[in-house]
Design a protein around this ligand. Structure first.
Ligand SMILES: CC(C)(COP(=O)(O)OP(=O)(O)OC[C@H]1O[C@@H](n2cnc3c(N)ncnc32)[C@H](O)[C@@H]1OP(=O)(O)O)[C@@H](O)C(=O)NCCC(=O)NCCS
Length: 181
């Protein structure tokens, strides 16, 4: 498929009818080693985190934004159908999720990924896993690669200075930091 052949690109919140296409795409790409698999239950339970992209009405890709804590969200399960890859859809999905994070007032957005270059083009920087809050790794307990994680952590800092001030002032809950009375 070429960009010229596309008539309409649509992006929207995922709905019940998207569960099967999301599951099939993510797990097909996971079977090729491109990303981590997701259980049907985790997609159903987290469906509200997902957006989908449609090309001329056909499911073409997905991505999810999971809020981890008051200052950070994670981009998860970003995937484009192989025949639609390389057309800018992955970038559109990632940018839409970054916009959501910004609108929510989050300070940082992160991802654990094998496609570091894709995220670097979107302004993410590679960081040590240890620099991220422990809560990011809660889901890793169920991951088959728990003891040999080979994903790279990437972070993009967003511009929401007033939230930063609240965190510094102790008005926002942060793990391990007491709230000021
Ligand atoms: C990674 C993926 C989501 C990218 O989506 P896509 O629609 O193919 O990518 P786009 O066409 O939007 O590319 C946007 C930019 O990223 C670059 N890019 C895309 N894939 C890349 C990769 N694997 N490595 C480095 N750069 C990449 C493109 O060259 C393009 O650069 P440009 O803006 O300078 O032209 C898609 O290829 C995919 O589904 N891969 C398999 C699953 C996967 O790896 N998911 C990520 C899990 S975190």
């Amino acid at each position: 498929m070429s960009v010229e052949a596309i008539r309409k690109i649509e992006m929207r919140a995922a709905a019940i009818g998207d569960i099967t296409p999301i599951m099939e795409l993510v797990n097909e790409l996971a079977a090729q080693g491109a990303m981590l698999p997701r259980s049907p239950a985790s997609i159903v339970e987290k469906l509200r985190d997902f957006i989908v992209v449609l090309v001329d009405g056909e499911f073409a890709g997905c991505g999810a934004l999971a809020i981890i804590w008051t200052d950070i969200a994670e981009i998860r399960s970003i995937a484009v159908e192989p025949r639609f890859q390389g057309l800018g859809l992955g970038k559109k999905i990632a940018e839409a999720l970054i916009d959501q994070a910004e609108e929510l007032g989050l300070r940082r957005v992160m991802a654990l990924t094998y496609v570091t270059g894709f995220f670097e083009k979107l302004g993410f920087e590679v960081v040590d896993h240890g620099s991220l809050p422990h809560k990011v790794f809660n889901d890793c307990l169920n991951c088959p690669k728990f003891h040999k994680c080979d994903e790279v952590a990437v972070v993009k800092v967003l511009k929401v200075p007033e939230i930063e001030e609240d965190i510094e002032a102790g008005l926002m809950p942060q793990p391990g930091r007491p709230l000021k009375a």
